[in-house]
Design a protein around this ligand. Structure first.
Ligand SMILES: [Zn+2]
Length: 116
């Protein structure tokens, strides 16, 4: 029978755990809504045990109640002073390039289309 630790990597310092398969973070609130649909191949009893293990971790302060309770890492690498922090950039879902302007994004699409 699969245990919590087999499905998740516990990160008690951050009060969360990461699903080994889907690479998403879970909390006490999200554990059942995650395990039941995404790990539905596990027996119902196994899923219940995993949820109970998660709730016990929550009881011990090792798993956040919800996303607001997760302890995120400190910003260890501060942004470089005087470099702009663009808030208008968009990432192309096709090529993954991050571009700021509509013209730049169109240019990428044209370049990709002409290189085919
Ligand atoms: Zn999962």
């Amino acid at each position: 029978m699969a245990s919590f630790d087999e499905i998740f990597v516990p990160l008690p310092a951050f009060r969360t755990a990461i699903c080994r398969e889907y690479r998403t973070a879970v909390t006490a609130r999200s554990i059942a809504p995650h395990v039941n649909p995404y790990h539905g191949h596990l027996a119902a009893r196994t899923r219940r045990c995993i949820v109970e293990e998660a709730l016990a971790l929550h009881g011990n302060g090792m798993l956040a109640a919800d996303i607001h309770d997760i302890r995120f890492p400190d910003n260890a690498i501060p942004a470089i002073d005087s470099l702009p922090d663009w808030s208008d950039r968009k990432r192309c879902v096709q090529c993954g390039y991050i571009r700021r302007t509509r013209q730049d994004r169109r240019k990428v699409v044209r370049e990709r289309a002409s290189s085919r």
